[in-house]
Design a protein around this ligand. Sequence first.
Ligand SMILES: Cc1ncc(COP(=O)(O)O)c(C=O)c1O
Length: 479
Amino acid sequence: MLSKKVDTNRPDTPDPDLAPLHASRALNSPVPRYQLADDEMSPRAAYQLIHDELALDGNPLLNLASFVTTWMEPEADKLLAETLSKNSVDEDEYPQTVEIQRRCVNIVARLFHAPEANQYVGTPTIGSSEAIHLGGLALKWRWRTRRQASGLPAERPNLVMGANVQVVWEKFCRYFEVEPRYVPCAEGRYVLGVEEALPLVDGNTIGVVGILGSTYTGEFEPIKELNDALEELNAEKGWDVPIHVDAASGGFVAPFAYPDLEWDFRLPLVKSINASGHKYGLVYPGVGWVVWRDQSDLPEELIFHVNYLGGDQPTFNLNFSRAAGQIIAQYYNFLRLGRAGYTAIMRSLLDLADHLADAIDGTEHFEVIGRGDNLPVVCFRLEDGCRFTAYEISDGLRARGWIVPAYTMPKDIETMTVLRVVVRESLSRDLCDSLVEDLDRVVGRLDRLADQGAEPEPFQARPTGAGPGSPTTGQHGIC
Ligand SMILES: Cc1ncc(COP(=O)(O)O)c(C=O)c1O
């Protein structure tokens, strides 16, 4: 090929696409952080600044603290990118998105065994938190209507739940003026006890919460036992106290891993269920679901009929606008995985959690108190007499990039500190084994420091390429 002369005379102003980005003024001088900048900057510079700053965040892959999905298939990523600009509330404009939402609600309701004879209803939400507020409101409204119809006072509603509830239930009670009645946890019982719950129920109880997958340990609450005991109590007292199941984490685990476990609408008192699509529904953050057994369980007064952009639109959500992408991504998973795919994933996560629990048990420093028998979550605490804390373990792992939280258990057992690993789809067996090696190394290092009477210092990451096993193995007999 014959090449032509290239003109090297450049204009005075450098081509912004050719200017070196990292040495440019935009990136060398401070940017106003908490007030709007006076000047513009190029899209490249703005992107790079934010992109680089976010490198200070933890790595989502190594974030074992969260139940929330950090990986989806490239096809789901593509659909999400294609639908970023869609607002799911624009029903007239995006009727197919609405149809997909309808399909998802039906799939979720049927997955939870909503009786076919019923007119069940449901809605996508931003996550389980919004879903729980909606579920709680429906309980409160139904209770008030029942009380008023019987000529009884309806000023002092209460809600009965385990002290191990996620903070959203406390929020619901505070925001919507419901007295929270917590069933205390006890050493060895980290979820609601039915015997302990029943004495807290009375005629002002709007409902009892059953958690399918406690945030603290991953354990399922005894929802069938609760249903049976509450049925008897209702019959004896003439009450009509229902159950709402908080299946934020377990809603997409139990139907696949434990299909015979009765926790859902198979139980007559379960009137509403929430689940986080963005947890084991395997979608990125931003989607949850709430479904009611029958439309009579969702008081009509709570539904807004909005005449918006050309049509009647019934809504029951706290937010009006919301991104459509995650709803579409949820449908992608339903279609792509089906029952067989979800079952295979849940079984393999539970196997991996079991493997991890065995490995942690094997280190002899920890007592495993949640070993992935329900949710694929491993929860463990240091053996008594240990000379360092769970927080130091968590810090040591963090220096290597792992995010494994240490936290105290709920009231009445708050002196107990535990560590927790949430096993998600993105955690491979290989990565899991690396975590155990690092855990072993952190413990070894803390042991040595304790021997020297020294305060722990920031943990030094093992040079890459070092083999498995800790150089300190054999020095761990102290815990
Ligand atoms: C049992 C339980 N309920 C509710 C929530 C809140 O869910 P979301 O983060 O989807 O709002 C969580 C979150 O971890 C949870 O574990």
